[in-house]
Design a protein around this ligand. Structure first.
Ligand code: PBG
Length: 322
């Protein structure tokens, strides 16, 4: 007898019946860039279809998200002024705080997650306070606590620290608990690599480091065992969701986390991954929709429960028509 695996591939009906993974609109989180100012609706050149908005122009985008059935956003702020320590991050009238209040008031159905970091807010573009030409871990933790409490007070549903500081999850959990925000979950950028795939984002968020790079805090792309170590600490410190970033070049890490931790796993399909697909498609070299769906599906197959992606609106449209 021959083993005939093709039997279960014969028609679309049977393929659908035995399909193991599917993308669902509920898996998706859409990043939003909000800039201080007025009348801003700036297309980001290296991320076709993605714009920076100001608070007075963002409703169009939020309406569209709701119509498409996307229910979660991840907020990035671009402040009018930066300083050495990123003090705008805990300003109650800061761009993120005002955006959270605006969304929660006018779009109560949208789940608001905030990126918690300093790089868009510091004059040097690093993810914390600089001492001796390096980010000072423990000095940065104290400010992280101020930032998350300020986001919580403004009404954020979830916070997502992305700075790769040691002890950041314990600090944040404690700060939220002590101020009564014990119900707010923390999605940790637990395994974040020092990646060249962040290039377009740094244009979008105006967060390129003015000196050096992020290799003293973000992980070496060569390391896999270390990812488990990072995730173990964040798990122990009380992270509710563990994230891997970037996604496409790190599918093995997504699977490692899925197999080793009893927590939802998220991945971040980053700006460079998005830009490559858009660019090749603009050249007519690939079928954009198919490549998009295949690569996002690969993240689910690898073990991601949640996917943060600039493609969220495109995926939603695709899912609606199929
Ligand atoms: C840091 C942060 C970065 C991204 C998300 N949060 C950039 C960095 O570490 O330089 C990258 C996201 C992307 O490339 O899409 N706040």
């Amino acid at each position: 007898m021959m083993n005939r695996t093709r039997r279960l591939r014969k028609t679309e009906n049977i393929r659908r019946l035995v399909r193991e993974n599917r993308l669902h609109i509920d898996d998706l989180i859409y990043p939003l860039f909000i800039e201080e100012g007025q009348g801003i609706e700036t297309e980001i050149e290296s991320m076709p279809g993605i714009k920076r908005f100001s608070l007075d122009t963002i409703s169009k985008e939020l309406d569209e998200i709701c119509e498409l059935g996307i229910s979660a956003v991840l907020l990035f702020g671009i402040p009018a002024s930066k300083d050495e320590i990123g003090s705008e991050t805990w300003n109650e009238q800061g761009i993120i705080q005002r955006t959270i209040r605006y969304i929660k008031k006018h779009y109560p159905g949208i789940y608001v997650i905030t990126d918690v970091c300093f790089c868009e807010y510091t004059s040097h573009g690093h993810c914390g306070i600089i001492h001796d030409n390096d980010v000072d871990n423990d000095a940065t933790l104290a400010n992280l606590a101020k930032q998350v409490v300020s986001h919580a007070r403004a009404g954020a549903d979830m916070v997502a620290p992305s700075g790769m500081m040691d002890g950041m999850i314990a600090t944040i959990r404690q700060a939220l608990d002590e101020t009564g925000y014990y119900k707010i979950p923390v999605m940790s950028y637990a395994v974040k690599y020092a990646s060249a795939f962040y290039g377009p984002f740094r244009d979008a968020a105006d967060s390129t480091p003015s000196f050096g790079d992020r290799r003293t805090y973000q992980m070496d792309p060569a390391n896999r065992d270390e990812a488990l170590r990072e995730a173990t600490f964040d798990d122990q410190e009380g992270a509710d969701i563990l994230m891997v970033k970037p996604a496409l070049s790190y599918l093995d890490i997504i699977r490692d986390l899925k197999n080793n931790f009893d927590r939802p796993v998220a991945c971040y399909n980053v700006s460079g991954e998005y830009a490559m697909v858009k660019a090749a498609s603009a050249k007519g070299w690939i079928d954009e929709e198919k490549v998009m769906m295949e690569s996002l599906l690969s993240m689910k197959r690898a073990g991601a429960d949640l996917i943060i992606t600039y493609f969220a609106k495109d995926v939603a449209r695709c899912l609606l028509k199929n």
